[in-house]
Design a protein around this ligand. Sequence first.
Ligand code: KG4
Ligand code: ZN
Length: 352
Amino acid sequence: MDLIVLGIESSCDETGVALVAVSGADLPRLLSHALFSQIEMHQAYGGVVPELASRDHIRRVLPLARQVLTQARRTLADVDVVAFTRGPGLAGALLVGAGVACALAAALHKPVLGVHHLEGHLLSPFLSADPPEFPFVALLVSGGHTQLMQVGSVGHYQILGETIDDAAGEAFDKSAKLLGLGYPGGPALSKLAEAGNEQAFKLPRPLLHSDNLDFSFAGLKTAVMVQAKKLATLHNSTVGALPETVLADLAASTQAAIVEVLVKKSLAALHKTGLTSLVVAGGVGANRCLRTRLDLACAKQGVQVHYPELHLCTDNGAMIAMAAAMRLQSGQQTASDVYAFDVKPRWPLNAL
Ligand code: KG4
Ligand code: ZN
């Protein structure tokens, strides 16, 4: 099978487009990808404004598509399949990608394929220089999801545990907001944490010792808030105006709490399944502290850890084109020439 897949991601605040080539049974190859992040636009509001996100996807998607075709020295006529993120995500934002993908495919008389956003994250490490091999345990840590999965092959995902409330990314984002850091909070909090002492404050490690593989991060956010308010009273200040060193200590303590739980539960999942390969995917996978601690803990256990390239940890079109390519290649899904489309803003991965 020789195919070129054009992938479009528009589930949240990043418009991503990419071209991936499938050749026989080889691992699909990324030809080009382009991304436009709306972070600057949403920053003024402290978070993603869905209607603004949808409108901006409309502006960006076709120029990005032209860009990836030019970069790869291809034309629209070379595209064999058009893939798009079908869900989960913001309904309006998803509809832009789905609408453009289906219109483009209809005009080109080529089939379309809707992709699960989390499957895109999950398979994104296959785009790295050091791709994993099936089977593996996956730690999926994004803004909206925190899950441990046993992955047998493309499309065979068994959830081992997941968060019962906030996601790890949400814990980063909400704690960052409490500390007066901007949006997106994860990168801001982790940067501030670099200068801090992670033992300065004792914060809870929710469900660390539970005998299952579930997570809970909502209580941590509350503990950060209580600690921040205490410190503000002590310093006769507002939380945002606390001395930089104090904020850095609190950021480092928060990050350490989140990371410790993620590492411990990942090791428990490996132990439970007997697998020796771990894949980390999703935006929080870009966190340097998480990477260092996981590498250390896994090396001790003889476990190999695989990450997506840093720039492909957060949302992008490459992972959507790749997931589509791998689904087609494995026979898990066929592309369709029905151009009526729908999106699935809520869509559990195990429903695939
Ligand atoms: O996967 P992603 O781009 O979007 C979703 O599908 O949700 O993940 C975004 C999440 C946000 O919560 C963001 O704060 C977090 O990933 N994130 C990080 C870092 N970079 C992104 N969290 C901690 N440290 C980082 N370096
Ligand atoms: Zn994502």
